[in-house]
Design a protein around this ligand. Structure first.
Ligand SMILES: Cc1ncc(COP(=O)(O)O)c(C=O)c1O
Length: 477
């Protein structure tokens, strides 16, 4: 569809082909350049002031402007040495699969709209349910990411465990290491912050304190409130901590609570030889699993899986008169009856495509590489006696800080923040900070399959040099 008087079809096609070729080349060489590309204040001002024209502009001019001023700026989260937050190392197959799926722009809300796409997604979800150890009857739906997966699961939890007149007394249990999206999700489903219990974690390994959890549940129950869900984590954002899942499952069963596992990052470990770390996940009622994190997919590819598909169906099925034509022929449950979205893209297709071409063994090996990287980082860091390992290599994460003798806590916080800022500004590696046990620490999350041992060694060496320089500057100040 091209509006009369604007760009010609052939011109748009040519621009698309040219762009794709350039993008492949950019992606191939990305890790030779810096980890971030900052837009200048003038550039941002020019974009803000550009406005929306009533009359269209020449295609080539706008394509050039997009490329020159907008799309390439920001953190290169797919750079081999970007190790902040949860990086987004995208497999080229996912990117191609994404283009194929979005190019056709199918409505994947219902089987009738897109039978083949829905069946491919459905089979893929079944495969992931099997990996989680969920029984026959399990199911799920692809959503935009971990936040939506958590929220979707929490709706099912509320509807399974609370009668309507109990919603205002429902209490959910998270840990102090639970991702912030869970509190947001609880807020969205009507669980007030005053009914979210934040259970402390053990200082040594950042897992949930089970005694505190059980005491809180009993106290709430005795106060006439309605405990309904425990949110466990498989791979916490800060440290990669897990559960402990079997014990949380025991408590959930004992008190008849829904057990949700946020495995946005860590569920991918289920595909590896380290899968035993997640023992107990098979007893969960629901699981969040982000393919746009540690399965190397382009953004907007998360899964919410449930041990019983009917729990999602109960919460999300809707049958308006204007969709009845599309309901009769469904051979599998319509995705729009399993989650909040009606119109949705077939987000799972790029992952299906990636797995078909790559095979699951290669994908597993790519995930396992992250474990090696974190261990290599730890080995290098331990050579420097100023380094304090705050949370050892776990999954693909490690937290540490430079703690040379003679500095107070505030100075150490400042030192480590400066080291991070200067490392990112140097363009060599993206190493950011987080906070653990009241300390500002450096955190590495290394999931890029192409990061090498040398990359890691050189990153740690440069961090040490930055520490030297900062200490010298502090002495001179
Ligand atoms: C453990 C965990 N859960 C949930 C999320 C939220 O996922 P998303 O950003 O895809 O919404 C994240 C994001 O990093 C996470 O680390």
């Amino acid at each position: 569809m091209y509006a009369k008087g604007t760009a010609q079809e052939a011109d748009v096609e040519l621009a698309a082909v040219r762009f794709v070729c350039e993008l492949f080349s950019r992606n191939r060489h990305l890790s030779e350049g810096p980890v971030s590309c900052e837009a200048s204040p003038e550039q941002l001002r020019a974009i803000a002031e550009r406005g929306i024209p009533a009359q269209g502009r020449p295609l080539d001019e706008v394509v050039e402007e997009m490329q020159r001023d907008i799309i390439g700026y920001g953190y290169n989260i797919d750079h081999a040495r970007f190790m902040g937050f949860v990086p987004g190392p995208v497999n080229a197959l996912s990117w191609l699969g994404d283009m194929m799926a979005s190019g056709y722009n199918r409505h994947a809300g219902s089987f009738a709209n897109y039978p083949a796409g829905c069946v491919a997604e459905h089979e893929l979800l079944r495969w992931f349910c099997d990996k989680a150890g969920f029984p026959e009857g399990a199911g799920g739906v692809f959503v935009s990411g971990g936040s939506m997966a958590n929220m979707t699961a929490l709706v099912a939890a509320r509807d399974a465990k609370l009668a309507e007149d109990e919603w205002c007394r429902g209490v959910a249990y998270v840990s102090e290491q639970t991702h912030s999206s869970v509190a947001k999700g609880l807020h969205m489903i009507g669980i007030a912050p005053s009914r979210i219990r934040v259970i402390p974690c053990h200082d040594e390994d950042f897992t949930m304190d089970l005694g505190a959890l059980e005491r809180a549940i009993v106290q709430d129950r005795d106060a006439g409130l309605k405990p309904f869900a425990i949110i466990a984590t498989a791979g916490s954002t800060n440290t990669g901590a897990v559960g402990p899942l079997p014990q949380i499952a025991d408590i959930a069963r004992a008190y008849d609570l829904w057990m949700h596992v946020d495995g946005a990052i860590g569920a991918s470990v289920l595909l590896t030889r380290y899968r035993d770390m997640l023992r107990g996940v098979e007893r969960a009622d629901s699981l969040s699993w982000d393919a746009h994190k540690w399965l190397f997919q382009t953004y907007s590819c998360g899964m919410v899986l449930v041990r019983d598909e009917r729990t999602l169906l109960r919460s999300f099925n809707a049958h308006p008169e204007y969709l009845k034509d599309l309901e009769e022929s469904a051979q599998i449950t319509n995705p729009w009856d399993l989650g909040p979205e009606l119109t949705r893209p077939a987000r799972g297709l790029k992952l299906w495509f990636t797995l078909q071409v790559m095979g699951s063994d290669a994908l597993s090996a790519a995930v396992e590489h992250g474990f090696d990287l974190a261990r290599w980082a730890q080995d290098e860091l331990e050579r420097d006696e100023r380094v304090q390992i705050v949370s050892p290599a776990q999954m693909a994460m490690i937290n540490f800080r430079y703690a040379p003798a003679g500095l107070g806590e505030e100075e150490l916080d400042r030192l480590n923040a400066r080291i991070s800022r200067r490392m990112v500004a140097s363009g060599f590696a993206g190493v950011f900070t987080t906070e653990l046990r009241g300390m500002k620490v450096l955190r590495i999350c290394c999931i890029h399959p192409e990061t090498t041992e040398d990359d890691m060694r050189e990153t740690v060496r440069r961090l040490g040099v930055l520490c030297d320089e900062e200490l010298a500057a502090m002495r001179d100040a």
